[in-house]
Design a protein around this ligand. Sequence first.
Ligand SMILES: [Mg+2]
Length: 238
Amino acid sequence: MTEPDPPRVIAFDGDDTLWHSEVHFQAVQDRLRALAAPWLSGDELDRRLLATERTNLTHYGYGVKSFALSSLEVLLDATDGDLPGPAIAELLGMAKELLDHPVELLDGVVETLDALAGRVRLVLITKGDLYHQWCKIEASGLGPRFERTEVVHEKDPATYRRILTELDVDPQRFLMVGNSARSDILPVLELGAQAVQIPYEVTWAHEHHDGAPHWPVLERIGDVLAYASALPEATDRR
Ligand SMILES: [Mg+2]
């Protein structure tokens, strides 16, 4: 196998690559299971919620507000429309807690971005609710480290193609770093660009990918430095 070209642009995913996200969703989903226990088993709640979230993607897109509306739909359906007001209030409270949760960076994120600065163009490509993602980018303090931040509603080949065109970078010189095979790796490889996966401790069922990875998998974000060791020195900027 030939060595890939040194990237000119390294793009990072946000949720579960730069900052924690899915652990907070799963903690709230545990509480949702308890809330739904009078009407649904935990497994049934999980199954119905995933199916409803998938159906609703075309209405709401991704994110906490979509999660909350889909949860409400599942509970209304399970109670034949007779969901008690206090349960609705608790659900809304859980969603607000998720939205207001402090942004916690993964270990090594700041050091890695600082070490890459000046050697490659750095881009952030994150998926989900526009307002919540903006809030998270702002709260992370990472915004100024990126030449460009993109909040997209779906990470598919067309989205990446648009971004690569706007960045004026050859696919071979673009490296995507992210936790999700489905969103951060496969659509990028389809364009002939490079991608490395850094799996997070938990994965949302919708993002699950079966099959062994045929792309590079790193353990932690700091490993990107060694992976991209063939990068030009800090003075050689495009
Ligand atoms: Mg992610």
